[in-house]
Design a protein around this ligand. Sequence first.
Ligand code: GLC
Length: 772
Amino acid sequence: MLGKLGFYIVNENIIEIQFENGVGKIEFINENIVNFFSPLKYEKHFSRAVEDLKKSKVDFHVINEKNCIEIESSILRIKVYDEFKVDIYDNKGNIICEDYKYKRKPFIRRGNGKIAEGEGIKVEENFRKHKIEIVKKMLGDEYFYGFGEKTGHLNKKGYYYEMWNTDDPKPHVENYTALYKSIPFFITKRNNLSFGIFFDNTFKTYFDMGKENSEYYYFAADDGNLDYYFIYGPSIKEVVIGYTELTGKTPLPQLWTLGYHQSRWSYSPKDRVMEIAKLFREKDIPCDVIHLDIDYMDGFRVFTWDKSAFENHKKMIKDLKNMGFKVVTIIDPGVKKDRGYKIYDDGLKNGYFATDKDGIPYVNEVWPGEALYPDFTDEKVRMWWSENQRIMMEDGIAGIWNDMNEPASFKGPLPDDVQFKNDGRPTNHLEVHNVYGHLMSKATYEGIKKYTNKRPFVITRACFAGTQKYSTIWTGDNHSFWEHLRMAVPMLLNLGLSGMAFSGTDVGGFQFDATGELLSRWVQLGCFTPLFRNHSCMHTRDQEPWAFDKQTEDINRKYIKLRYKLLPYIYDLMYQAEFYGLPVMRPLILHYENDINTFELNDQFLFGENILVAPVLEQGKNVRAVYLPEGRWVDYWTKQIHEGGKYILKEAPLDICPIFIKEGSVIPNYEEQNFVGEKPNNILIIDVYPGSGEYYHYKDDGESFDYRDGKYNLYKISMQIEKILRIDISKEHDGYTDYEKIIFKFNNYDGKVLINSKEYSVKNSILEISMN
Ligand code: GLC
C-alpha cells in the first residue's frame, strides 16, 4: 500500500515517516497507547469515538536500522518496515504483536458453492480484498475478546466478524457477523500479556481472527483513514482502562435506573399502564420503571402522544410518579412524512434530513409509513433533536429509549449515496451508517441533561465505540430461546470489555413465547446484568413476573428483591465504571488472567470482583458445574465455604441461581424497598464474609451531577481476621451526608469483633451501629 520506507521526522510525540507512496504516522498518546495513522482519506484524524483525547509526553528515541526504523520508549520498542508494517516488542525485546509480511492465503473451499446456494444455503465468501488491511501474525497463544455485541462465545479466535449496524429480527445465531452495534475494538490475550486494538474507522470494517488462515488475523476497511490505536496492557484490565480513556467512560447513572424495569411492545392504553403499575405494588414486586413502546405516539409520530389512548398523559405520569414509577418512552429516528406535523415541517424547512444525491430529502419506510432520517451527523440537527427532548421532559418523562437507529428501514437498506452533512465534511451513508445511532444518542443525552440537569437515562439499540458516554444499551430483538439466554452471557461480557459497562438483554426474550421456567432463569441472570429490563414483542404471551404461575412469580419476586438489596453494591460498580472504565459484569479472566481455566468461561461471570454468578442456562437443569478461581468462596445461599481453583457441582433447583461471594468481601446492601426513593437509604447493611479484604463504598445523591463537584462520600472498609475479626471504616472523601446507622450482617461468624478499634460482640450474626 505505502511502498518502501523513506525518511522520518519527529515532532513532539509523533514520528512521521515518508514512504514511497504516502505518509505513515506513529504517535505516542501515552506510554502504553500508540496510534498508527495514514491519511488515506482525510489529512487529519476525524473521530466520532475519541473526544477530548488526553495525551502525555513520552520520551523515546529513533534509530535508523538497515531495513527498518526502530522507535524505543521506556515500555515499547516499535520496528517499522516497508509498507508501514510494524512489529511491537516490550522493553526486554519480547515480541508483543507482529505484522504478517506475506500475502494472505485463504484455506480452500471445495465444491461448487452455487449448487448449495440453490437450496438456500448461505455460502461463505472465500476471499475479501479491502482498501485498508492490517494483517497480524498469529503467534499461536492468542485468545481474542471484545468486538462489542457479537453472537458466539467469549473467545473469538477462529471467527470472522463485520462492523455494520444491522437490524435483523431473525434469531441471532453464531454465523451472524454483525448485529446492531459496531465497536471495532478487540483485546488480544497472550501468555503473559495482552493488548488492545481500536480501529477508529466508521466505514464498514472486517475482522478475521484466524478464520481465513490460522497463521494470521486481520482487520480491514472499505475506506477512510488507516487509523488504529495499539493499547498495551500488559493486563486485560489495563487494556480496558486504556480503551475507555480513549473512547470515554460510562458515566454514573441515576440510582433508580439500576432498579427493575418493565417493558412491553406496548403497554397501551393508559389503563393498562396503570394496571401494570398497580399489580407490581399489589404483588409486592419492586419496580422503578415502566417503558412505553411505540403505541403511545399519535400515528408513530415521534414527540407526540396518542390523545385517545393516553388522554391526559401528564396526569398518568404524575399518578405513576406518586406510586414510585418512572416512565421511559421510545423515540425512533424516522420522522413521519406528514405536512402539518411540526417535527416534519421544522426538519424540512431547515434542511435537517438526510438527502439523496440531488439534495432531495431521502424517504424510506419505518413504523409511521413514509419517513425521513434526521441527519445526526450535523451539529445543528443534533441541537434541534436535543431541544425536542424538552417536549418529553416537560411531560415528566424520566428517560428516552432510542430504537431503530442503525438506521432501520423497511424498504430496503439506505442507498450508499444518501447524503449527510457530517459536521462540515459532507459524505454519504457508507461513512456514517455505523455512527448514526451513536450521534442520535449523543443528541438525546445532551438534551435530557440540559432540560433536567440530572444524569440522563438513554437506552439505544445501535451504537459505535464511545456510545457508553451517552447511553446504556440493550442487545435488541432476542428470542425467548434457551439458546439466547445462554448467548447473553458472553455477549454482555464482551460488550463490557468493549467499554459498555451499562448493558442488558430483553429479560425473558423478545420474540417467541417464554415459558415460566425460561423467565425464571432469565430473571436470575437479569438480576446481575447492569440494565435489568423485561421486554417482549407484540402478540407474544404476557411476560410480566406474574404472567405464568405462582412459582415463576415467586422466583421473579425473590430475584428482583435481591437486586434491590444489592443496589448500593451495583452503584459502587457503576462508580468504578466512571472512574476506571471497568465493566459491571466481568469475565473471570479479567481478575484471574493467569488461570487458564478462566479463558473460555462462557456461562459464568463475576459481578464486580466480589460476587461470582453461575446462572443455569439450560432447560430442566437443576445442578451445574461451577468453576471457582483461587481463594475461598462462600455459597450465598447455604454459606458453605469452598476452596477455589477447582470445579464444584452446585445443586440449583429452579429458585436457585448459584452465587458465590469471595471470602474477605463486604457487600453493601439496602433495606428492602419497592422502588428507589421509597426509603431514605440512610441505613447501610454490610453483608460481611469474614476474611482479609478491602472495599470502597461510594455514596451521593443518586441523581444530580453534584458529585463532580465533590459532593459524595467514599468509604474505605478494610477487614482482617486474626484472632478476632477487625473491620475499619474510614472516609477517603467526605462530601455528602452520612448514614445514620450501619447494620453488620456476619456470615459464618459469631463472637467478638473490633470495629474502628472498638470491641463489640456479635449475636445471631447481626450488629447495629449508629453513626452518630
Ligand atoms: C424493535 C425494538 C423492540 C421494540 C419494537 C417496537 O423491534 O428492538 O424493542 O419493541 O421495535 O418499537
